[in-house]
Design a protein around this ligand. Structure first.
Ligand SMILES: Nc1ncnc2c1ncn2[C@@H]1O[C@H](COP(=O)(O)OP(=O)(O)OP(=O)(O)O)[C@@H](O)[C@H]1O
Ligand SMILES: [Mg+2]
Length: 245
């Protein structure tokens, strides 16, 4: 299965955000999209989903049986749900699953919901709790479970690590890495190191240009400083992107 970006130009308002972008994402496997704030990471995911229309170029999908089931799930960077919504975490995931099913929708296989929650590390003790009781990081996991419950071959994850504490990040990175064994996963991030061992290739976007290559071709100071300027520093021969906040 493949997603092919062909000479993609995408504007937001009058600004050309993605400029003649060419890339192929081949699954199963994990790809990272990095770049400074406003560089076009979310724009790229929205374009792959068909929510934004490129001004020229196209997105091609190869090898997906889209008629059979939803073939793509998206975990948004921002979400707004009423934190006091009177539903439990389990119902939140189950409800999303049901909404994608044809009528009648009430027949849900419980194990599908349970597996999604387990795979992203939401402890069973929380399944019956309301969303309002969760920390920001746990909400993030619940949204990943929501994307996962449809079991799509493609997952687009927009900054899944924001709001998560360091140990939680490592755990979540392992869950996402495991998922990439049988799915095509595209993750945007400000910290490519977290998923490095699972990463096929990295796409760096920003300032109207991009680089798409293997980890060791991309995570080099001379490449990253074009995008991150003085925040691309080298630590004991490893390039690191400084997160000042
Ligand atoms: N709805 C919109 N209308 C007009 N311009 C927009 C809109 N949304 C985003 N933009 C602009 O498009 C550019 C790319 O934004 P985008 O959200 O894709 O960046 P990003 O790389 O995801 O940033 P971040 O790291 O902050 O999430 C930015 O200059 C942004 O200001
Ligand atoms: Mg974004």
């Amino acid at each position: 299965m493949k997603i092919i970006l062909e000479s993609l130009n995408v504007k937001r308002g009058s600004k050309l955000v993605l400029n003649n972008l060419n890339a192929v994402f081949e699954g199963p496997g994990l790809y990272q999209v990095i770049g400074p704030n406003g560089s076009g990471k979310t724009t790229l995911l929205l374009t792959i989903m068909g929510v934004l229309k490129p001004t020229s170029g196209r997105v091609l999908f190869e090898g997906f049986q889209e008629a059979v089931k939803p073939f793509l799930s998206y975990m948004p960077q921002y979400y707004s749900i009423p934190r006091d919504a009177p539903i439990t975490i389990y119902e939140f995931i189950e409800g999303h699953y049901k909404m994608t099913k044809p009528w009648p929708r009430f027949k849900v296989v419980g194990s599908i919901v349970e597996e999604a929650l387990e795979r992203v590390g939401v402890p069973k003790s929380l399944w019956g709790e309301k969303l309002s009781k969760l920390s920001g990081g746990m909400i993030q996991r619940v949204f990943l479970a929501r994307a996962l419950v449809l079991d799509p071959p493609i997952l687009l994850l927009d900054e899944p690590f924001s709001n998560i504490d360091p140990e939680g990040k490592v755990d979540l990175a392992d869950s996402i890495g495991e998922l990439s064994r049988d799915k095509l996963i595209i993750v945007t991030s400000h910290d490519p190191i977290l998923l490095l061992e699972y990463t096929r290739r990295i796409l760096v976007v920003g300032h109207g240009y991009y680089v798409f290559g293997e980890v060791n071709e991309v995570l080099k100071q001379e490449v990253l400083k074009k995008f991150y300027k003085r925040c691309a520093i080298e630590l004991e021969r490893h390039v690191h992107i400084v997160d000042w906040h």
